[in-house]
Design a protein around this ligand. Structure first.
Ligand code: FE
Ligand code: FE
Ligand code: ZN
Length: 275
């Protein structure tokens, strides 16, 4: 099982790997740049090399970058779409440089233009990005809870975007247990959710899983993460997800409201839960 947490790379990639190793994780996620979308720091080739050596020694799985929340390919504002496209392209080059395969991104919010228009704008933006694309990296669209005018809260939205991009091989999906629950997908029967995902998108499109408990009830359309076992999902449901044979080669990333001590506890709990 690949399990880890969202950690900071403010002290460099190697320091992040060291932190995760201390937490007994074997994968992690970090923000590709400041979560509000500011300027990205220059990359240090020495740091990248040392990080990969350490990841190899510690037998890490695939690692994940997450794009800033300010990106919105579905915005009505040309300036926001332009900013998103420019920084997204830069992020992809940066993670390629860092040897990180995945960039998770929220699909976008239509802001009142309507879902159809919003989805069309996302497709238009992604087509541009994918037309000139480093083949070593993947954009993963994250399934959302459906707060406000957020798109991507059901498998059909994600399938529409992927089909609109002609099933580009570098376009995949990241699911989030809190978002699924908020969107109304009942994870107490994970087998059924898996079947539906496989039917609408194809199981192989799932590349990363965010594991969070949920503060609000099924179908709330609210996105508020809870600590593992302390929310609406509960430990039994979480166990059924992460112990599923089809989840064993997918990076599972905690984004629960924790400091590193809390993450260490959750990782230890989850690592023994399937045995
Ligand atoms: Fe996210
Ligand atoms: Fe998430
Ligand atoms: Zn969330």
């Amino acid at each position: 099982m690949w399990i880890g947490a969202h950690v900071s790379i403010s002290n460099g990639l190697t320091a992040a790997v060291e932190t995760v190793a201390q937490l007994k994780g074997n994968t992690f996620q970090f923000f590709s740049r400041n979560p509000r979308g500011g300027k990205a720091r220059a990359l240090d080739p020495e740091d990248i090399k040392a990080a990969h050596e350490l990841m190899k020694a510690k037998k890490f799985g695939l690692v994940v970058a997450h794009a800033p929340y300010t990106y919105n390919l579905a915005s009505a504002k040309q300036s926001v779409r332009g900013f998103t496209l420019r920084t997204l392209k830069d992020d992809l080059l940066r993670i390629k440089e860092m040897g990180i395969p995945y960039l998770v991104m929220h699909p976008g919010s239509h802001g009142g233009q309507g879902e159809e228009k919003g989805l069309a704008l996302i497709i238009e933006g992604l087509q541009e990005v994918l037309s000139d694309f480093p083949e070593e990296v993947f954009i993963l669209l994250e399934g959302m809870a459906g707060q406000g005018t957020e798109l991507g809260y059901n498998f059909a939205h994600l399938a529409t975007i992927i089909a609109g991009c002609d099933y580009h091989p570098n376009l995949g999906v990241c699911l989030d247990s809190c978002h699924l629950h908020g969107a109304g997908y009942d994870l107490s029967d994970f087998g059924r959710i898996k079947e539906e995902f496989a039917h609408v998108l194809g199981w192989e499109k799932l590349k990363v899983f965010h594991l969070n408990d949920a503060v609000f009830p099924l179908g709330s359309r609210k996105d508020r993460h809870a600590k593992i076992g302390e929310g609406n999902l509960g430990l039994e449901t979480i166990k059924n997800i992460i112990c599923d044979p089809d989840m064993q080669n997918i990076p599972i990333i905690l984004e629960t409201p924790n400091d590193n001590t809390g993450y260490e506890r959750e990782i230890a709990l989850l690592q023994k839960i399937c045995s």
